[in-house]
Ligand binder design. Structure first.
Ligand code: MIC
Ligand code: SF4
Length: 648
């Protein structure tokens, strides 16, 4: 296997074309820095990103376009969310950023509709930023600090990725849709081991997919851990952009016919059947048939994955003239105000209301546990992208991820059933060739330096970290297993309102895993003992929330030693001066227990001299273990300084 960069001057993949035209600095063998054209933030990660940007002291943003979305914390219980939103509005006005107000929709859906441009680069402080890959944008999820740096005109750094071609052939049969494609991709490549890859879609099957269908696939590509997902920009893209009144943003963008890929998989759309991701991982896939008959308490349709016009119109037609099953709570959150306006205009909203659906705000809502938690031990069928344990707000609930078609049929039947066998006529949906477009909930950038930014009492400062000590000497404060997500590390839901208040939010680190972690870590810190976390595979999966690094940093965590890390989280740890070490031999995971005293001697010198192997002494057991860390020079500098903020 060889890296795509080895053939940079020959026939190119689409990913290589966009990347190569944006490289501004770097070394192909180490890290490249790419120019970022656009940024997006949302309110749960945005406040910290803008606090960090403000600390850089620039008069305005340096990107072509930046948008600050308010979509995550819209329940506004207590003053905290509202204070954050007022702060975000002030920042946007002062520094030249568009503000998409609460109620305008979920960042990824709105960005696709109104702002994304094929061939450009986008980074967003949200892991589902790759949704914009549906229109041929190189869109990458990152931590808030990386977005702040891009706002300041600095490059975004990454290792030159490998490219996996997902070759789509055939076309859907009835009752099969985009969610089933991405669940099949997850079934094939799982959530592990894909972090160095771009998933590039090609083949004749792509032409049969509309942009919103591509968006569902690109969105949930985040669950594979890949850098991003990318679709060509073709006639379908032109149709979509025209329907948004933005055809001028279109240009043809396809991979060269002789492009060589690092890996390739083929999916025949005509052979797919309705799929499900069972609790508690998006790659715990199965066919719907295999769980048919399971009683359902709740059905939720929405999230940035499946909340487009077509998704909701399809659900409405399935429900037409029928009523939701009395045992099912049927919840719908449209992806954007535009979707809501258009389904209202075309009569679909009325069908949903008549069927007994509860219409929620156009926001993340249920997807992030902001309301709509299922009952104890309840079964919830959702069209969203993550079903991690406890994310719904109910720790013992079972969340299954399915397509809108499958979800709607279950809402009628009260149990899971194969939609192909429900006796319902398959509805034909026509998508408008021109959507009603109303941008009145987007405040254009003013770049008014006289703006006074108001900070409520919940808004603190980003915390400071000390430079890397000469030795790491500490205790294993926590040992966890495989697939620890950022939802485990830093819970969202009702705790998300503390995103701007690190001192308070830090009290909830690992709360769902071990509620006593905070006390132990805090005590160790007071006693000048370093905290160390031991983990299995895929540590830090899921969200881009940098709070999963900032809050542990605040509690004195100096290192996480895992079998493997997910990309965004590893980058966030380094950004805040926590070292992500991996075990040279995975079997050594078994040779460390919670409470053990560990020492990594001369770590500062080793970091400075570029060592990639580090010796860990387990002083409790009298053993020695080899650790690894492959860091770029830029990352080493950040680690030594105690984080990027100190480098700046
Ligand atoms: C998520 O889906 O987990 C979130 C909430 O959108 C996060 C961002 C956050 O934690 O604020 C993400 O995906 O990055
Ligand atoms: Fe919002 Fe859910 Fe999408 Fe995250 S995954 S951006 S919480 S809708």
């Amino acid at each position: 296997m060889f890296h795509s960069y080895a053939i940079r001057d020959m026939e190119k993949t689409l990913a290589a074309k966009i990347l190569d035209s944006h490289i501004v600095v770097g070394d192909l063998q180490d890290e490249i820095g790419i120019k970022i054209d656009q940024t997006l933030t949302q309110d749960a990660t945005g406040t910290m990103a803008y606090l960090q940007f403000e600390a850089m002291g620039l008069p305005g943003v340096q990107t072509q376009l930046s948008v600050s979305y308010i979509d995550h914390n819209t329940t506004q219980i207590g003053f905290e969310n509202a204070d954050d939103h007022r702060y975000l509005q002030g920042v946007a006005r002062k520094y030249g950023i568009y503000l998409s107000r609460a109620g305008n929709g979920i960042c990824h859906q709105v960005h696709l509709e109104r702002f994304g441009v094929p061939g450009m680069t986008l980074i967003g402080s949200d892991s589902h930023t790759p949704t914009a890959g549906a229109i041929g944008m190189l869109a990458i999820g990152a931590g808030g600090l990386d977005v702040a740096l891009a706002l300041a005109g600095k490059p975004f750094f990454l290792r030159y990725p490998l490219v996996l071609k997902v070759n789509l052939i055939g076309r859907f049969s009835r009752w099969v849709s985009a969610k089933d494609v991405i669940l099949k991709v997850l079934d094939t490549i799982t959530t592990k081991g894909n972090s160095g890859y771009v998933l590039e879609y090609g083949g004749d099957g792509v032409k049969t997919l509309s942009v919103p269908e591509r968006a569902t696939i690109a969105n949930m590509g985040a669950e594979t851990g890949a850098l991003t997902s990318l679709f060509p920009c073709d006639e379908e893209t032109r149709f979509f952009l025209r329907s948004q009144g933005r055809e001028s943003a279109w240009r043809e963008l396809v991979a060269d016919s002789g492009a060589v890929y690092d890996k390739e998989i083929t999916i025949d759309l005509s052979l797919l059947e309705p799929m499900v991701a069972k609790p508690h991982s998006p790659d715990n896939t199965a066919t719907i048939k295999s769980i048919a008959g399971l009683m359902v308490n709740q059905v939720c349709i929405g999230s940035c994955t499946n909340s487009s016009y077509k998704d909701l119109a399809m659900v409405a037609k399935i429900m037409e003239g029928r009523s939701v099953h009395p045992n099912v709570d049927f919840i719908i959150a449209p992806g954007s105000r535009q979707v809501l306006l258009n389904i209202e205009n075309d009569g679909y909203l009325a069908l949903l209301l008549r069927s007994g659906a509860r219409i929620m705000e156009n926001a993340c809502g249920f997807c992030i546990g902001n309301g709509c938690s299922p009952p104890s031990r309840g079964v919830s069928l959702r069209t969203s992208n993550r079903n991690f344990l406890g994310r719904s707000g109910t720790k013992d609930a079972e969340v299954f991820l399915v397509s809108p078609e499958t979800a709607a049929v279950a809402a009628l039947c009260g149990c899971v059933c194969d939609p192909r066998e429900a006796g319902i006529v398959y509805p034909a949906i026509e998508v408008p060739s021109r959507f009603i477009v109303d941008d009145s909930m987007v405040i254009p950038p003013l770049a008014d330096p006289s703006t006074v930014i108001v900070r409520g009492p919940n808004i603190g400062e980003p915390p400071h970290n000390d430079p890397l000590p000469a030795d790491i000497v500490g205790v294993v404060t926590l040992k966890v297993g495989d697939k620890i997500t950022t939802d485990h590390i830093m819970p969202a839901g009702d705790k998300m309102k503390y995103r701007s208040n690190i001192i308070k939010y830090a009290e909830f680190v690992f709360q769902g895993v071990d509620p006593t972690f905070f006390q132990r870590a805090y005590k160790n810190k007071q006693e000048n003992e370093h905290n160390i976390v031991i983990a299995g595979l895929s540590y830090g999966q899921g969200s881009s929330r940098e709070h999963a690094a900032i809050c542990p940093m605040f509690l004195g965590v100096k290192a996480v030693i895992a079998k493997s890390f997910e990309r965004i989280h590893a980058a966030n740890l380094i950004n805040f001066g926590i070292i992500p070490f991996t075990f040279a031999d995975h079997a050594d995971y078994e040779r460390i227990e919670q409470g053990d005293s560990l020492r990594i001697a001369c770590i500062r010198v080793a970091m400075a001299t570029g060592d990639e192997n580090f010796i860990l002494k387990n002083e409790t057991r009298g053993t020695q273990i080899m650790l690894q860390g492959f860091f770029s020079q830029r990352q080493r500098n950040a680690i030594i300084a105690g984080g990027i903020a100190n480098v700046l």
